[in-house]
Design a protein around this ligand. Sequence first.
Ligand SMILES: Cc1cc2nc3c(=O)[nH]c(=O)nc-3n(C[C@H](O)[C@H](O)[C@H](O)COP(=O)(O)OP(=O)(O)OC[C@H]3O[C@@H](n4cnc5c(N)ncnc54)[C@H](O)[C@@H]3O)c2cc1C
Length: 279
Amino acid sequence: MTKSEALLYRQNPGLPQPLHCGQRIREPRKTFVFFCCLSFFSKHYTNPGGSNLIPVTQNIMKRKLNLKKVKVSRQREIAPGVFVLSFPRPWDFTAGQVIGISGHETAEARLYSIASGELDDEVDILYNINPEGKLTPWMAQLNTADTIWVSEPFGSFTGSGEAGWWIASGTGIAPFSAMFRTGLTAGKKLLHGGRDLKSFYFSEMFGTELGENYVRCCSREQGQDIYHGRLTQYLTEHPDLSPSEKYYLCGSAEMVVDVRDILISRGIPFDHIISEIYF
Ligand SMILES: Cc1cc2nc3c(=O)[nH]c(=O)nc-3n(C[C@H](O)[C@H](O)[C@H](O)COP(=O)(O)OP(=O)(O)OC[C@H]3O[C@@H](n4cnc5c(N)ncnc54)[C@H](O)[C@@H]3O)c2cc1C
């Protein structure tokens, strides 16, 4: 591993590591996650034309997001340890995009999907506390009128009006909330996986409009109208996965990779699977 790759892994502990050329061939699942992450960074953190690994990783470390100060308008705890933080919308964005957030202009920003609609007056961010983390424990104690630093929106995990599947685990529901609140709901099926019954953030909003096309999969608890099991199990049992539809995946690397494998085994073309990995 080169020095710059080592630094990349230190900055992004969720990345599978280490990845050597031989390993990439033997472990296609890890390669998929790696290239999802790499393609995200190469699209959004590098200069156009920077195409091979070393310039990309160097650029990730060199390029800092341009952060501007905003005031928190409110913060709500919607489930134990899970918050929605809001601030007045300072820019236009496309549903599905992310922003960088930091506690200070010069501190390294973390990325968050916007969870509110394109025309909403406020930007909502859905996040959970990572007790060992640097930003989220601090962010969770913010109150109205406190200051955070945010970047402009960016990212190409954006929604469309075509029929398709939204598949999320945990806080990976955030970009689909933005797409939903922007009105991109026609022909959409939403599959949300969570460990317990409190994990289905915004479920009232989704349930009211999507009806049977909103499926919650709960792995550790049972509840009314909730599929008991992981969302991967639900997909495996689901007979009707159309190869002509698009499948949008957002959440942990594990979920994204498992779902991608199932979809491919069911004949869904690779380019109909669009993913955003939270790491
Ligand atoms: C594209 C994208 C979109 C995202 N959107 C969302 C979203 O909408 N909502 C959401 O909740 N999250 C989202 N995330 C995840 C988010 O960016 C943060 O990673 C998460 O909130 C944790 O931030 P933190 O500062 O609290 O933790 P961090 O400080 O980043 O720590 C994360 C973990 O790494 C460990 N760690 C930290 N530093 C080191 C180190 N030096 N050595 C070893 N281990 C270390 C910590 O122990 C901790 O377990 C997204 C990520 C990506 C890539």
